[in-house]
Design a protein around this ligand. Sequence first.
Ligand code: CU
Length: 147
Amino acid sequence: MTVHSRRPGRLALVGGVLLSLGLAGIAAAWAHGPGDAATRVEIGINFSHFTPTEVVATAGVPITITLVNTDPIDHEWLVGDEAFHERHRTGTEPHHGARPTEVSIPAGATVTTTVSFAQPGEYLYICHLPGHEAYGMVGVLRVLPAP
Ligand SMILES: [Cu+2]
């Protein structure tokens, strides 16, 4: 009898959670309308974390990113798809700079790069120096379809 009287309560709770998640999803969709896409953004690096951890761009539109490293150690900012990151996790390149999607930022330095992605999607940016990704040096460049 007690069990039966509790069940509807639990179902109602689950329903409430699902409704909340649904509303959060709608809010997230609103937060990333085409008008929110940036063409210029600054990403700070402090205590081995990126701020912000999410940047929104538009497919085919270049976005200029200024990376400001206030840490006393070097970092990297590498952006791309999963295959790209898998290559860099096992890579041995000590320094980046020739490609706009692969940037080394020395201790205390500011480096600017301009990238453009033709395909909409989510491209992670990660520091692949040993241990930094596991520590949380990860963010996402969300590329929206062109309006
Ligand atoms: Cu790092």
